[in-house]
Design a protein around this ligand. Structure first.
Ligand code: NAD
Ligand code: DAU
Length: 349
């Protein structure tokens, strides 16, 4: 893998992955990061890489839905491997504007597959990043395995399920060397503050209400983003072509408990206004339509076959994440005020 196309590299997981790949892993090639820079893409996350490692990193502002443009990129940079992260990723947005999700997550993935099919001879691997949400919702017991039937419930998860099927079909039909990973909820540095954990951290810091959907008893499995990055690279290096791997953090938790943990950690630093506990900011709000009740991941396959396990506990990962948001107030302000968008326009058009 000398010329790896990373799609969506300016997003939350993508920028963490590129940082990990180029600064910490044993990958010795070049990354070509293709990102459309939607509201969720911020090239500022990779400014140090652009400055410090110019020979090993190229950024191309482009839309994976433009087939000709993606074909050109494949040729120009002699792409020999792909890590496909670009997507519309937020469930609530998919309920309001499903069309955008269908376009990027399905048509965009299809385009990339078509390009790799054309460049088949030089392609070592197409790794597709997917989600545990494709499996639907669990009851009180049980875990998602790689054999769990797909049963997506939101436009987001249905679009991701569709893209997974396309990737699998291109392996079966065209013998394309693919791997797929289905991962649980990520958290950590650079996450856009619309997702549960960064939203709650920033609202709690500012003394704003903490909106918990429904009864707050929905369960998610939380994975620190760096652990996800090591899992992706492990699969890309050692994963069996044509296989899928579940990735989880071994940290099932009810939403309300996560929010309470965030409040308590922040209270340890400094109590809120009038010495108030931040738990008093918790506000139960109308539930998300089609809200999946419980996700939980069985990641024994990647553990037993490839030797990967998550390193971070929920407590240590949350502390690191909270500290990162407190230490990066300028990044937070630029993202929250929308100032990062004018900066992007100035630099990238
Ligand atoms: P994100 O929303 O933070 O970033 C997505 C990136 O894709 C952004 O940089 C955006 O500009 C880019 N993008 C969007 N549409 C594009 C297009 N048409 N062409 C090119 N670039 C485009 O998302 P994330 O949380 O980093 O998720 C990355 C991937 O991981 C997604 O495929 C998502 O489905 C999957 N995933 C996310 C999680 C999670 O908890 N965040 C968990 C499991 C799987
Ligand atoms: O499971 C993996 C998925 O995790 C990824 O595929 C998605 O890209 C990612 O966005 C995430 O989806 P969720 O819907 O689980 O994440 P979100 O952070 O939006 O919500 C987490 C839980 O918290 C969910 O049960 C809804 C709830 N929630 C969320 C928000 C934003 C609230 O109670 N209040 C909120 O304000």
């Amino acid at each position: 893998m000398l010329n790896m196309l990373v799609t969506g590299g300016c997003g939350f997981i993508g920028s963490n992955f590129i940082q990990y790949l180029l600064k910490e892993s044993d990958f010795s090639g070049r990354v070509i990061n293709v990102d459309k820079l939607t509201y969720a893409g911020n090239p500022e996350n990779l400014m140090d890489i652009e400055k410090d490692l110019p020979g090993r990193y190229v950024f191309v502002k482009s839309d994976i839905c433009h087939l000709e443009e993606v074909n050109r990129i494949f040729k120009e940079y002699s792409i020999d491997s792909v890590c496909h992260l670009a997507a519309e990723s937020h469930v609530d947005r998919s309920i309001v504007r499903p069309d955008v999700f269908i376009r990027t997550n399905i048509i965009g993935t299809f385009n990339l597959l078509e390009c790799t099919r054309t460049a088949r001879d030089q392609l070592e691997l197409f790794h597709h990043i997917s989600t545990d949400e494709v499996f639907g919702s669990l009851g009180k017991d049980g875990l998602f395995t790689e054999e769990t039937p797909y049963s997506p419930n939101s436009p987001y998860s249905a679009s991701k399920a569709s893209s997974d099927h396309l990737v699998r079909a291109y392996h079966k039909t065209y013998d394309l060397p693919v791997t797929i990973s289905n991962c649980s909820n990520n958290y950590g540095p650079y996450q856009f503050p619309e997702k549960l954990i960064p939203l709650m951290i920033l609202n709690a810091v500012e003394g704003k209400p903490l909106p918990v959907y429904g009864d707050g008893r929905n369960v998610r499995d939380w994975l620190f983003v760096r652990d996800h990055c090591t899992a992706i690279w492990t699969i890309m290096k050692q994963g069996k072509r044509g296989e899928t791997y579940n990735i989880g953090g071994n940290t099932e938790m009810e939403n309300i408990r996560i929010v309470e943990m965030i409040c308590d950690i922040l209270d340890e630093y400094k109590k809120g206004e009038g010495n108030q506990s931040r738990r008093e900011l918790i506000t139960f709000v109308k539930d998300r339509p089609g809200h999946d009740r419980r996700y939980a991941i069985d990641f024994n396959k990647i553990k037993d076959q490839l030797g990967w396990t998550p390193k971070e506990s929920l407590e240590s990962g949350l502390r690191k994440t909270i500290q990162w948001y407190l230490d990066n107030a300028e990044w937070v302000n630029r993202v929250k005020s929308g100032e990062y968008k004018s900066w992007i326009e100035e630099h990238y058009g």
